[in-house]
Design a protein around this ligand. Sequence first.
Ligand SMILES: Nc1nc2c(ncn2[C@@H]2O[C@H](COP(=O)(O)OP(=O)(O)O)[C@@H](O)[C@H]2O)c(=O)[nH]1
Ligand SMILES: [Mg+2]
Length: 435
Amino acid sequence: MFEFLEEKITKLFDKLSKRGMLSEKDVDDALRDIRIALLEADVHYLVVKQLLDNIRQKAMGEELSRSIDPSKYLLRLLKQELINIMGPAVQMKTDGVIVLIGLQGTGKTTTAVKLAKYMKEKKGLNPYLVSVDFNRPAAQEQLITLAKANGFPVHGDIRAKGYDGLKDLRLSSARAGCDFIIVDTAGRLHIDTELMDELKQVKDALKPTQTVLVIDSMMGHDVLRMAQGFMNSVGYDGAIFTKFEGDTRGGAVISFKKIIDKPIFYTGIGESVSALEPFVPDKLVSRMIGSGDIEGLVEKVSEVVTDTDVEHAKGIAKGKFTFHDFIKQLKMVKRLGSIESLFDMVPGFGKLKGSVKADTVKKDMKVYEAIINSMTTKERDNPDILNGKRKQRIANGSGTKVEDVNRLIKRFYESQRMMDIIQKGGIKGIQRFLH
Ligand SMILES: Nc1nc2c(ncn2[C@@H]2O[C@H](COP(=O)(O)OP(=O)(O)O)[C@@H](O)[C@H]2O)c(=O)[nH]1
Ligand SMILES: [Mg+2]
């Protein structure tokens, strides 16, 4: 999601950050490039205009010229405006009846079960599922099967009693001991009056607490017109964007709140029934443009990194990185717990997630610790003296193989290099190191 914009914006600001002070023309050029990137990402032109007007207004003020790092300041403005335009995170209601509507194949049925799972696991609620599709028994069957497979109470075939039968749904749900009802509805490939009439009748019969439009993120730039069509004829209270993990340009997600004037509640991020995420604009924007969830990362790190560690890190910065430091670094990483969850918080690191398995790292660490323990103090201080003979002795002493010792030495030099780069370039340095 948003990879397209992420790439464009990162490139633009990388270039800009080399400038130092920014002239008025630099700012104008940057704003023009941002404008093009947003339009190319299918952000609605009205949204682009408002975003840029707001940024320009703030960028022309005093603060930009006074700020220590103008390009960072401009990036922060962009970030803030993107968050503002998407609005604050809004919670979907979870009482009475929630009706999901949308075109065919957008993911309504899957989302109904995803929501049920989310509400049960995250909020301790008991949802009741029902598919209201009078024409396609197979569509009802799909929900019934998926709901049962995941252990949720689900209503049987509703066709016999027609719209009248819908009035009994609340009773059936209460009887099943459920707190609220999630309704899956029929869809068509295109908006047509027949579909809209059917949905209107369903709404009339069910009097839902909230109606939610399910939207396929891959649909492209027609999304907003479709969303407007559903708004005009059926009406709804918010949206869920599915297939958001894919290579979508994301413009519709950015534009939705401003153009349709309704919130996005959730995003679907995969086919599995657990692939649902609340829509939180600031988290999304942080992931997209720099600074990641740095606050989260700092919080997590500060929970486990002690003052001694900090003193030690300062020591490394001044002197030479040795195996003593390396082992301390390993211990710190071990305390940090899941490495994968850390990657999530740092921009550009998400991609690495699959490549580093926390389990492997933990296993490696045990081996590394054993090897380092078998080294003499002199060897730990001075890794360069490790010749074949010494390596063999260390391998024997630690019950490992020379290959393991070599692997450790390679990792050690990588770490040494990384420390060097981090000292010179901060987070950006780490990102460059990993690419
Ligand atoms: N990759 C991905 N696929 C999804 C997501 N949500 C639904 N799908 C898939 O989209 C297809 C259509 O989903 P379905 O729930 O049957 O759509 P419906 O016609 O609106 O009920 C199915 O193959 C789902 O597995 C999602 O968030 N990501
Ligand atoms: Mg369906």
